[in-house]
Structures are given as C-alpha cells and as structure tokens.
Design a protein around this ligand. Structure first.
Ligand code: BGC
Length: 260
C-alpha cells in the first residue's frame, strides 16, 4: 500500500511517497520552507507543490503541528492562528484534488516509531517526544495511541515547556549542546515524574544529532533516538491514511454515542 506522506512543521513542509506496509520511503524526501505567515491557503499551496512534484494523485496523509480531532484543527502554536477551527483535510484536499487525512505531527511520529522504529515489538508505556520548532508528544500504551497529549505545553519555568527546551530554543539562544541538554533533561524528568514511561523516544530533526545530547540525560527512563529519524513524521502521516477509516470523523462523537 502506498500513500504520499506530508509532514507540516513550523519551519519546513516535508514529503515523500511511502510504502505503508514496510514503513519505507519509496522516493526521495523533499523539503520546502513553511510559508510565513503559515496560513491555511499558503500551507495548502505548499503541499500542492509537493503533490505536483511527485505527480501524485492517490491518498495523502498529512501531519499538522497542533491538536487535530476528526480533521479539525484545535490549536496552532507554531503556525498561523487562522487555522483554528478549520477542517484541515478539506482545505488541503481542495488545493491538491486528493483525498487527505490529517493527524497531529508527534502522534504520527509516535505511531511510525511504534510500528517500524525504536519501539517496534515493544509493549508498555512509550512516550515519543519530538524536539523541533515546538515540542510534541505521543503517548502509546501497549501499541495504542492516546492522541493529542500536547506535553510541550506543560507549564514549566514560567512559560510553556517548549519555550524552554525545544530544539529551536537552542538555535535562537545559541546554547551549546551541554546547556541545551540540561534543559531537555529538566523537561524529560518532569514528564517522567508525571507519566513514568517505560521508554522515551526522541524524535524531530535533532534526533540525527542524538550523540550530542542523549548521553548527557540523567532521567531514569531509558531514552533512545527515533530510528526513523526525521522521516518518522512522513511515515506516520502516510500510515494515517489507512488508520483513517476507524478514526476519521469521530471528534468525540463515538464516545457520546456510546453513552446514549
Ligand atoms: C503543538 C503540538 C505539536 C508540537 C510539535 C506544539 O506546539 O502544540 O501539537 O505536536 O508543537 O510540532
């Protein structure tokens, strides 16, 4: 099974065609800078340019860097606020002419790492933390995702945790690796005290440089880099196309209907 996986981030929109059974990219990965301002129309145009590049007409799985329930965007910390309340799948579908499924970016990475990456074959409580423009989190329990956990927004050090220890903070404040690793460590220790995971998986572009900061972390939870590295979002996005049928459109309705 094939799908085009698109990973919309605060700084880049990445895409590749993915074999969703094997979790492998079937094409090169291309990256286009996220438009500024990252409005729905501008981001949808960027996605459409990637679709044209691959001459793609099949289904698209797309990540979004905010809470997405049943295709509707509920938060947009690192893209334009005009996304709030939008049906992202419809907006991107109209620009591309393809069937689109949209999920949270960290959730997509967590799903991909669980099926094909660092947590393959593992049960228990596994927390993927993506360190990028913001901080994303994906909580998996025995292989099942608890979506939209948003642990980058835990109040920490006088603001959101992501404002203290996202990868973008290292670049913006020109922190050296030791200084930034100490911030990441503080944050992970906090998450550990709240969730007691069996494993942390660190994703995001910075996972390629894991040797610079992972050895400096002190929390008791075993911590590994995402093995799909910065492809986890693309692979997870494409996987969502086939998961979509069971989840799409629920937005809480299935819970409500069960109560009746
Ligand atoms: C958003 C999350 C997202 C993370 C990484 C946060 O600011 O609220 O939904 O997963 O950034 O992009």
């Amino acid at each position: 099974m094939k799908a085009l996986g698109i990973d919309i981030g605060g700084t880049g929109v990445k895409g590749a065609v993915v074999d969703t059974k094997k979790g492998r990219l079937l094409t090169d990965r291309i990256r286009v800078p996220t438009p500024d301002p990252a409005t729905p129309a501008a981001v949808a145009d960027t996605v459409a340019s990637i679709v044209r590049h691959f001459e793609w007409t099949g289904p698209i799985g797309c990540t979004f860097p905010g809470v997405v329930r049943g295709g509707i965007v509920h938060t947009a910390a690192n893209v334009d606020n005009s996304w709030l309340g939008m049906d992202a799948a419809t907006v991107i579908g109209a620009a591309t002419g393809c069937a689109v499924t949209v999920v949270n970016d960290a959730d997509a990475a967590g799903e991909a790492e669980t099926r094909f990456g660092a947590a393959r074959g593992l049960g228990g409580v596994i927390m993927t933390v993506t360190l990028g423009t913001g901080i994303g989190s994906a909580l998996m329990i025995d292989g099942t995702l608890v979506p939209n956990t948003e642990l980058g927004h835990i109040p920490f050090r006088g603001g959101d945790a992501e404002a203290w220890s996202a990868a973008s903070v290292r670049e913006r404040l020109e922190l050296d690796w030791d200084e930034w690793a100490a911030r990441v460590d503080d944050y992970l220790c906090l998450v550990e005290r709240l969730f007691w995971p069996d494993l942390f998986i660190i994703g995001g572009g910075v996972s390629k440089k894991a040797d610079k900061f992972l050895p400096k972390l002190t929390c008791r939870t075993p911590t590994v880099a995402a093995t799909l590295l910065n492809q986890a979002g693309i692979v997870g996005a494409a996987m969502a196309v086939h998961r979509h049928r069971s989840l799409h459109g629920t937005d809480g309705q299935s819970v409500r209907s069960k109560k009746r």
